[in-house]
Design a protein around this ligand. Structure first.
Ligand SMILES: [Ca+2]
Ligand SMILES: [Ca+2]
Ligand SMILES: [Ca+2]
Ligand SMILES: [Ca+2]
Length: 405
């Protein structure tokens, strides 16, 4: 005979759907900054690994959006900038971007995450081999440097993907031959893109990442795209960075219209209600920091921003009714609970918790009548439809046919 007070909490709770915000729409044109020393500019785009900074160029030539763009000035130096999205992208000019401070973004199956930039290269083809310019999206501030050797393959993927013009590498014979070839960093290595080339003047480079690991790489100015495969597929990107170098210091590169769009936004724990069943029909509700914390309590997460309601009305401590002892399965122990509640044709519950076992009554023509205030053969039939047997977990999100857990 089960003891109502000692029925253990536990079992595998179904994971509630995570509420998703609108897709990311971040767009940096540099135009709102007052000049190279603007504290806002310095704060949003911080120094990268103590590298020299890109210049913030206050002019409006070359068909960039005015009045500013970012310039690699053609010096023999590594230069870079980093935008820690986790600290907020609230200084961008993007409409709505300030809605997502402290977030990360991930590609979603039905919403690819795209990152890109406008890239202007001053040099003619013969000198374009000298400059390297990349955009990096990464997790946890992971850095991707511009290596001296394109053949390096990391043993494990690092949480970063990058795309850009990388031409300052010698071929196997020591000669620099890659005059205009974009490269893609897939998390483990740099992959040469042969499907299209960059041009002197304006280029528009896009990298669109999907949750299945496929990555579309495009140059939209001259036209051309190809598909790559990411070795890092973990998403949760929180950092955007830009790097450039030039092996001789001859080539000016300019960057504008950096964007980050699409994907799935998440990462900031939004407190919500967590319902922990301690016995059939009863339990506790508390506001916890995250879905993860609720799962560690073996509770049912009601979603970010949810509340417990008056007298925990937002919790359904009857669910799933058939697993009365909350051990995940529906077996004879649960049937024992059912027996203690069985009233037959007599109205009224033998214990208050027995209301959980009084189920809606299916009708022949479809539909249900409401529970009838007694636990009888009709309820037994509903119970048996959820039967799994000992130690076989009831899949609460995909229960056995006819079972309404
Ligand atoms: Ca601009
Ligand atoms: Ca059970
Ligand atoms: Ca009934
Ligand atoms: Ca059991």
């Amino acid at each position: 005979m089960p003891n109502w007070q000692s029925v253990a909490a536990g079992g595998l709770w179904a994971v509630a759907a995570t509420a998703l915000a609108a897709p990311m729409n971040y767009h940096e044109t540099w135009d709102s900054y007052g000049g190279p020393g603007d504290p806002t500019f310095l704060a949003v785009w911080a120094d990268l690994d103590s590298l020299n900074r890109f210049n913030l160029l206050t002019d409006n030539d070359n068909a960039f959006t005015g009045p500013n763009n970012l310039e690699y000035p053609g010096v023999n130096q590594d230069r870079g900038l980093i935008n820690n999205l986790a600290d907020g992208i609230n200084n961008s000019q993007a409409t709505g971007a300030e809605l997502y401070p402290g977030q990360w973004v991930s590609p979603a199956a039905d919403s690819e995450l795209c990152v890109g930039m406008y890239l202007y290269i001053s040099a003619p083809l013969a000198n374009r081999k000298l400059v390297n310019t990349i955009i990096v999206i990464s997790k946890g501030g992971q850095n991707v440097s511009i290596p001296k050797d394109a053949t390096v393959v990391l043993p494990e993927p690092i949480p970063a993907l990058a795309f850009g013009l990388i031409n300052g590498w010698p071929d196997a014979g020591g000669t620099q031959v890659n005059y205009a070839t974009p490269y893609f960093f897939d998390g483990k290595q740099w992959v040469r893109i042969n499907a299209f080339a960059t041009a002197t003047g304006h280029n528009r480079l896009w990298m669109c990442i999907r949750s299945d690991g496929s990555v579309m790489l495009s140059e939209l100015k001259g036209g051309g795209s190809t598909t790559g495969t990411a070795q890092y597929t973990g998403g949760e990107f929180d950092t955007l960075s830009l790097r450039a170098n030039d092996v001789l210091g001859w080539v000016t590169a300019r960057i504008d219209d950096v964007f980050l769009t699409g994907g799935t936004i998440g990462g900031v724990a939004s407190p919500g209600a967590c319902c922990v069943r301690t016995a059939l029909g009863g339990g506790t509700c508390s506001i916890v920091a995250s879905q993860t914390e609720c799962q560690t309590l073996s509770g049912v997460w009601k979603g970010g921003g949810s509340t417990c309601g008056t007298n925990n009305a937002n919790c359904d401590f009857c669910w799933p009714f058939a697993d009365s002892d909350d051990d995940g399965d529906v077996d004879l122990d649960d049937f024992g609970v059912f027996q203690t509640c069985f009233t037959g044709a007599t109205s009224g519950y033998l214990h208050p918790e027995c209301r959980c076992l009084d189920r809606p009554i299916p009708q022949e023509g479809g539909g249900f009548l409401p529970p009838d205030n007694r636990v009888d053969n009709s309820d037994l039939w509903e119970f048996t439809k959820c039967w799994t047997g000992p130690a076989i977990l009831l899949d609460r999100t995909s229960p056995p046919p006819g079972c309404a857990p």
